[in-house]
Design a protein around this ligand. Sequence first.
Ligand SMILES: [Mg+2]
Length: 312
Amino acid sequence: MNRLQRATGAVVGSAVGDALGAPFEFGPEGAFSARFPRPGSGGEMCGGGGWAPGEATDDTQMAVHVGESLLERGGLDLPDVFARFRRWAAADPMDIGVQTEAVLTGGLPWDRAAAEHFRTERRAAGNGALMRVATSGVYFAAHGRTATMDAGRRLAALTHGDPAAWEGTAILHDLLRVALDGDDPLAAIPGTLAAVVPEHRERYAVVLSAGWHPRDATEFNGAVWPCLGTAVWALRTTGLYEDAVRAAVDCGGDTDTVGAVAGALAGAVHGAEAIPARWQEVLHVPLPGAPVAGRVLRAPELAGLAGRLVGA
Ligand SMILES: [Mg+2]
């Protein structure tokens, strides 16, 4: 498997996981497997909760905006990413995270909005920056551990003022880097953790440890730690892309985002060919805030985006 197949797997795989989980958001553990007991049966992209079958949510929409900014600006242009996020938020997306909406619609400039929100609210360690990592993870993978983790932190800080959210986003960037290199991200975890800011290291070491289970979570998986831990657990305990995203979505809670994060990792590890065609065929990503109104991306366009991001 080559790097392009892994990059495409990460970007398309994240979108597929997002769309698969969307109808089950805030549902209980086991809801997905109760409805779809056997892998490979079909019909899992069922829609519901206002989502059409195969419709990706804010996770993927924001990831596409990040990716297009990186390509059009030729690198990390934080004010540009923030401006795209604000146009997106103002274009009435069907879903938007609570923290993200407060920061993007508050009127403060890019370098103050999230910090000010965190200063006043103190609750800013949601998974809303972690969920949009597939594109930037692919783009920065070739730049090495330090650079990709730093980019992850800075992108997270646009909407999330809590450094805990920055570190989780940085970790996911690095695990994607390892997977794109064709190495095992699970084996890389100790090395990645060593590059985490010390005061946040222990909490991530717990949720990324081999013995951790999503039921061990001490908070809802809308928070960054259990969300990342659940996605890594799903990768660790399965051998196929399909099984990994099924396991993630079946945990319940913030299922679209857990699915998006697990899908990015599993897609990078197993490659685009491992993503069931029946899921890719119905996948579609509405893109509020794009210069062209009514723009919708499908799997081939996402694959093209992944190819440009990886420099293929
Ligand atoms: Mg979402």
